[in-house]
Design a protein around this ligand. Structure first.
Ligand SMILES: [Fe+2]
Length: 271
């Protein structure tokens, strides 16, 4: 199974740039193109939050339009820039989004089970899952203890060293760790929010963040790093699951790059 992860799309209304600089709609168009150009079609696409920049209905409308060439099962999650009401209204055909409360759901139809969490707290940058959602997660994981599972939350449950982002991290990361540690089938905790590819050990499994389809958070591993972004190559991830290998994750850069070029000519390594 191949699970694509795109994240932090930050779509603005048509013609408006994020932070007066980033054409996030154009970035997403390029991301969709790059995703669909991979020789292996993903089985599903997971979008780990910050779908739009300000939770506006027209932003979700534009998001829907740009994502429409992806004719694959598509699973959306909210981030701190999202608003549940407009998201649910525009994507009313996405029944898994539910009709009220947190947008938490499981995806059961693939060899790898997906559990999406909702860490959005209205009006703030930092995230929280809350006791009720952690209890829900615990019960979902207890249902199928043998089933390889990925848990996704917009806010990563670990400190990254990038101070200004850690200040708006996941408040109850320790609570999430307590739940995850009880369930050995969790292959990975997938997140966005950091606009970079970062990995660490977490609660007996691995946790990772994926690059944004748009701007990156500037690489500055310091508690006093100024809040800043850069336009280094954007990207997405492909998580390949195979029962004997487990979950293998690839990061792809988005852009027009030369190649691929062959290494060999007539069976001989090109010198
Ligand atoms: Fe973001």
């Amino acid at each position: 199974m191949l699970l694509a992860q795109i994240t932090d799309l930050h779509i603005k209304p048509r013609g408006r740039l994020a932070y007066r600089t980033v054409d996030t709609a154009q970035c997403l168009e390029k991301a969709v193109e790059a995703l669909l150009a991979v020789p292996q079609a993903p089985d599903a696409v997971l979008v780990t939050g910050d779908l739009v920049d300000a939770g506006r209905p027209e932003e979700y409308g534009l998001l829907k339009e740009i994502l429409s060439p992806i004719r694959l099962p598509l699973f959306l999650m909210p981030g701190n820039h999202d608003a549940r009401g407009p998201l649910r209204a525009v994507f009313a055909d996405h029944r898994y989004l539910g009709s009220d409360g947190p947008i938490q759901y499981t995806v059961e139809e693939f060899p790898l089970r997906l559990i999406a969490l909702d860490s959005l707290v209205d009006g703030q940058g930092g995230g929280q899952l809350g006791a009720a959602q952690l209890d829900w997660l615990d019960r979902r994981l207890a249902e199928q203890p043998e089933r390889p599972t990925v848990v996704a939350a917009h806010h990563p449950p670990f400190a990254t060293g990038i101070g200004h982002m850690d200040k708006i991290g996941l408040e109850d990361a320790a609570g999430l760790a307590e739940v995850i540690r009880k369930h050995g089938q969790v292959e990975r905790v997938l997140s966005g929010h950091l606009h970079r590819s970062i990995q660490t050990r977490f609660a007996g499994t691995l946790a990772s963040t994926a690059p944004s389809t748009a701007h990156a958070v500037a690489l500055n591993i310091s508690p006093d790093a100024p809040s800043a972004f850069s336009l280094e190559p954007s990207g997405f991830q492909l998580h390949w699951y195979e029962p004997t290998a487990g979950l293998i994750s690839h990061t792809a850069a988005i852009g027009d790059f030369p190649g691929p070029f062959p290494f060999f000519e007539n069976g001989v390594l090109i010198d």
